[in-house]
Design a protein around this ligand. Structure first.
Ligand code: PEP
Length: 310
């Protein structure tokens, strides 16, 4: 079974200018990133400037970092004023596209079906897709987190499963981003255990619908107020396969976030192994919390949301 390669992505949103992006590109070009960056079939790092600047960024950025768009339509061309297509993104050098971001869902009224259509069209065009799902604060507080996430996920899965490809081909370029809406741009990050709990639930759901192989290989990344202070803790969780960085990706600390969390796969493997061993030891919870060790947390499907609040 293929190992899930950790991925760190960004969302610049509607920010930047040629000059600003040029500085940012030069900063990334100078950075001493892990020598393995970009050597994999799937890029472990990508940046997403506004679409107008993608070509400029692609031409000037080191080639071991991928470039992505923040949205695209589900048609290749035609009378769709103001839209851009997946084909156009590819044409100017993008490898990725972010779809279903909460700002697209709420401000631009994109439905679950719109997002499903966009995801399959982008995949068919050969883009790698970051498909975002996430619950609002009121949904979390009313204990409907999983219901909301599973509804959003189902719309994506329904469209992807209809593709005339085998399971591996359908899923190889699709990354799911769990982005709790209450954590986006608020400075209020999900606790690592909260993220882990949701990621594990999403993976289980994918498994129920698409089979174990897909569930074990699909990457589920976390986004929402990731910064230098919390990235490593989040990255250590077993089902957190990457980070999606908004605000902090526009600051020089992004390189350090990547270096701290995205790199050191070997370290991460050992850490997870160590954590599992500790979990299986009979350590009293008082001792465990004194030393900040992992304690087994009982949770049922119903108990899930009420136990963890933002
Ligand atoms: C985002 O908008 O996708 C995001 C993760 O933003 P931030 O990191 O600023 O919360």
């Amino acid at each position: 079974m293929a190992r899930r390669k950790f991925i760190v992505g960004t969302n610049f949103k509607m920010n930047g200018s040629r000059a600003f992006l040029q500085d940012l590109v030069e900063n990334l070009n100078r950075a001493d990133l892990d020598s393995n960056v970009g050597n994999e079939e799937v890029h472990p790092i990508f940046i997403s400037p506004p679409s107008l600047y993608i070509e400029h960024v692609r031409q000037n950025l080191r080639k071991d970092i991928a470039v992505g768009g923040q949205n695209c339509f589900w048609k290749s061309s035609g009378a769709f004023t103001g839209e851009i297509s997946a084909e156009m993104l590819k044409d100017v050098g993008a490898d990725y596209v972010i779809l279903g971001h909460t700002e697209r869902r709420t401000l631009f009224k994109e439905s679950d079906t719109d997002i499903g259509l966009k995801v399959v069209h982008a995949l068919q065009t050969g883009l790698k897709v970051i498909a975002c799902i996430g619950e609002t604060l009121s949904e979390r507080e009313s204990n409907t987190t999983l219901q909301v996430l599973f509804r959003q996920l189902q719309a994506i899965i329904d469209h992807v499963q209809n593709l005339d490809l085998n399971q591996e081909e359908k899923w190889k370029d699709l990354v799911i981003a769990y982005e709790p809406v209450w954590a986006i741009g608020t400075g209020r990050v999900a606790a690592p255990e909260q993220a882990q709990e949701v990621h594990a639930a999403i993976r289980r759901r994918v498994g129920e619908i698409c089979g174990l192989e897909v569930a074990e290989t699909v990457r589920i990344i976390y986004g929402g107020s990731v910064n230098l202070g919390n990235a490593l803790q989040l990255a250590r969780e077993r089902d957190v396969d990457g980070l999606f960085v908004g605000g902090a990706s526009l600051r020089p600390e992004f390189v350090q976030i990547y270096m701290g969390a995205g790199r050191g796969e070997g370290y991460r493997t050992w850490y997870l192994l160590f954590k599992d061993i500790l979990r299986n030891l009979d350590i009293p919870s008082s001792t465990a919390s004194m030393f900040n060790l992992p304690v087994p947390r009982p949770h049922s499907a119903e108990g899930f949301v009420s136990q963890v609040g933002p």
